[in-house]
Design a protein. Structure first.
Length: 428
């Protein structure tokens, strides 16, 4: 009889080995590797039963207390934030800001209405779903832009939006969770705000605090590490120093009830833009990129294996309808509404409708949505919250379909629409 220890590590080792095969398969088929990872997860999970559903949920949400999903978000956001271009960010500040505030809220609300309409769930449960799928995914978006030629203002806006809307989506999710499970330890800080100044002012104050405080801390840490390295020169071990600091940021802020992701993005952006460009910093960036790639691979593989045959059969119509609704209704409504405000109020060079349409059709969901989707059900079981137990499964299955279909569709159609809508096209 196989011990529990051996069983778990057999599955962990198999996940690592299986993920590696996505690259040669995607190269042979000349398609992006992310759909291959998801498909491998489905084949070896619900179809063949080699990777169990319960173990996939455990590995994603509870392994090492926080799960590889949450730890993966930390590594991925830190690595991707190295590539933030402050020149483009300054130039496109208003479009990014409006997409990450008004845009993400509109997306969440419309998706909430769709989820409630399809499942009969209360609107607050729908809002949890909407918050989960509201952020776009830099890990899925950047590989798409590497395969096409597109104006850097457009790509910079969409990548900037995707980097900064991840923490905002998490904050929206926390606010939604506070309405469903106000006694949960996960929302104690928000509950403290709302009990003192009311639910609406509390939500605004909580949102502002969760963005500004960690972002300022992250900036200070980034410059401190650069300054410290000038005098002590950590050489190759700058990799270990920064990885340790990022995990420490995450640990302290999570324990304090503050979202750590603005701090992690700020630290990565400062380190990526203001280091002295020595070989050791290049090695640090390369190491973090490889580690990020590994976590992405594991998370997308688990996305496929977390489903069951029953999920695939029972929720297929709902999942497809939700995915198409998010891609072709929620996202376009959010982009057109948000950028119309910018055109009227702030922009000297208004964004035309063709570019708006392109931006509205390019916004795949990914890692953050996958990781958040398992939390309602796990929290419902842990704290015996009936409404989360009842709707937790439809939430994570619905999110899975949105992520899978958005990545596959947008990987396929983006090279075709870019030339028609932006006058540029695929890279040769």
């Amino acid at each position: 009889m196989v011990s529990q220890f051996a069983y778990e590590y057999y599955q962990v080792s198999f996940v690592f080995i299986l993920a590696a095969f996505a690259i040669p398969i995607s190269r042979k088929l000349t398609i992006a590797y992310i759909p291959i990872l998801i498909l491998l997860g489905i084949i070896f999970g619900p179809l063949l039963g080699i990777i169990s559903n319960s173990f996939s949920i455990y590995l994603m949400s509870e392994f090492g207390t926080v799960g590889v999903g949450l730890l993966g978000i930390v590594i991925i956001l830190y690595s991707e934030s190295h590539h933030i271009d402050f020149r483009v960010l300054r130039r496109q500040f208003f479009p990014i800001a409006i997409l990450d505030t008004l845009g993400i809220t509109i997306t969440a609300v419309i998706a909430a209405l769709l989820f409630s309409a399809f499942t009969g769930a209360p609107l607050i449960i729908g809002f949890l779903f909407g918050a989960i799928i509201s952020p776009t995914d830099p890990a899925s978006l950047i590989p798409i832009f590497r395969r096409i030629s597109v104006n850097e203002n457009i790509s910079g806006t969409l990548i900037g939006e995707s980097l900064f809307n991840d923490p905002l989506g998490i904050i929206l999710f926390t606010i939604g969770l506070a309405f469903v499970a106000p006694a949960s330890s996960d929302v104690q800080l928000f509950s403290a705000f709302s009990s003192h100044i009311g639910i609406y002012l509390g939500s605004i104050a909580f949102l502002l605090m969760q963005i500004t405080v960690p972002a300022l801390i992250g900036v200070a840490i980034g410059f401190s590490v650069i300054y410290l390295n000038k005098y002590l020169n950590f050489e190759s071990l700058i990799v270990g120093l920064l990885l340790g600091i990022i995990i420490l940021e995450f640990t302290i802020m999570e324990a304090s009830g503050i979202t750590p992701f603005p701090a992690i993005i700020a630290t990565g952006a400062i380190v990526g833009n203001f280091n002295d460009k020595s070989i050791f910093w290049s090695r640090e960036a390369g190491f973090q990129e490889n580690l990020s790639f590994l976590f992405q691979s594991i998370i997308f593989l688990l996305l496929g294996s977390i489903l069951t045959r029953t999920n695939l059969m029972d929720y297929l119509p709902m999942g497809v309808a939700l995915a198409l609704g998010v891609i072709f209704i929620s996202r376009p409504a959010a982009v057109f509404s948000s950028l119309s405000v910018i055109n009227r109020k702030f922009s000297k060079n208004p964004i035309n409708n063709r570019v708006k349409l392109f931006m509205s059709l390019v916004g795949p969901r990914g890692v953050v949505s996958v990781v958040l989707s398992t939390i309602p059900y796990v929290l419902g079981v842990q704290e015996n919250i009936p409404i989360l137990i009842k709707y937790g499964q439809p939430i994570y299955v619905g999110v899975s379909f949105v992520v899978i279909i958005s990545i596959i569709l947008q990987t396929i159609y983006t090279p075709f629409i870019v030339k028609r809508l932006t006058s540029e096209g695929p890279r040769l």
